[in-house]
Design a protein. Sequence first.
Length: 76
Amino acid sequence: MKPLKVSEELAMVVGKGPLPRSEVVKKLWAYIKKHDLQDKKNRRNINADANLKAVFGGKGTVNMFEMTKLVSKHLS
């Protein structure tokens, strides 16, 4: 995987790039688990904090599959 440029919003969560996509996903999940942002009832949903809302386009809750699509917009 080639390293990709990370947007400023995403860098607040995963750190400064460039990073390969696999590393971005790994760091994103570490952030979600560290801040206990996975929904208690439906584990497929992520409840965004202020930093993740910027990455998720202002959405408060997204599912895992939607998250991947939204994060892709922040990689170039």
